[in-house]
Write a protein that binds this ligand. Structure first.
Ligand SMILES: [Zn+2]
Ligand SMILES: [Zn+2]
Length: 257
């Protein structure tokens, strides 16, 4: 299946959902009440992300420090900065679950509003006009075929339309899943992701915003940034809809994503 067919498949999924919603009105993905895909009460109950994250990769920290232990090992962290819009707690957690796993692509529209909200605040306002393209974190083609759509691509498309930025999905594609990189040195991390992503030659010199739905360890956004910077991108920024609050002092580096 080539890229054109995949995009057509995503589009048809959205179109079908739109038609289905006319016949069966949506229920709220947060609380289950009928009426809207995300009701006003749930939309307002979404909690903003805390500031205790690594400013480069977005990894949740227990105290507000500018650099996590992994980014501190880097001379030039691949992500200039990363921000998550909200906490991955109820009702956003349920909404994201419905969005990803219950075939509700129409949630991209209400959920992308949280990305727009943080994008209109510092530090983003300093660089809004310098970004050349929005790149969603790519799904492996096999998972894309199973799900019918890439939730990060739908979020990126809805976000980019609102803030009038181009979506440049073709700049990054995934060849295989990436594994945990937490115990590796910076050089080993670069080698580990070599081959996991393919980049377009168009990324050279570009300033790129990579968008994902959930970031936990920052590993996926970091891997995307390694690939894009390795292909000559001038700067890469990360943005995620949600990040989980680490409730216990477990090793965050052992968590996925
Ligand atoms: Zn609700
Ligand atoms: Zn970091």
């Amino acid at each position: 299946m080539d890229r054109t067919q995949l995009n057509r498949s995503t589009w048809l999924t959205v179109l079908f959902q739109f038609g289905a919603n006319l016949i069966f009105p949506p229920t709220c993905a947060g609380c289950g009440r009928a009426g809207a895909a995300l009701c006003d009460a749930c939309a307002q109950a979404v909690e903003p992300a805390p500031s205790t994250i690594c400013s480069h990769c977005g990894r949740m920290q227990f105290i507000a420090v500018p650099l996590c232990s992994l980014c501190a090992r880097e001379d030039d962290p691949p992500l200039t900065w990363t921000r998550a819009a909200a906490l991955h707690t109820h009702p956003l957690r349920e909404a994201i679950h419905q969005f990803k796993y219950r075939n509700q692509p129409e949630l991209a529209e209400p959920l992308s509003r949280y990305l727009v909200a943080i994008f209109q605040q510092p530090p983003w306002t300093e660089i809004t006009h310098t970004i050349d393209g929005c790149v969603p974190v790519p799904l492996h083609p096999k998972r894309l075929a199973e799900r019918g759509y890439n939730q990060a691509a739908l979020l990126a498309a809805s976000f980019a339309e609102r803030v009038r930025l181009p979506v440049t999905e073709a700049w990054l594609s995934r060849n295989r899943e990436t594994t945990s990189q937490a115990t590796l040195t910076a050089d080993q991390r670069r080698q580990n992701i070599a081959g996991a992503f393919s980049t377009s030659t168009a990324v050279k010199g570009k300033r790129i915003l990579v968008i994902d739905d959930v970031t936990t360890t920052g590993a996926t956004l970091t891997a995307c940034a390694y690939a894009l910077r390795g292909a000559g991108a001038a700067a890469v920024y990360g943005m995620a809809l949600a990040t989980p609050l680490l409730a216990t002092r477990q090793d965050p580096h052992q968590m996925a994503g």
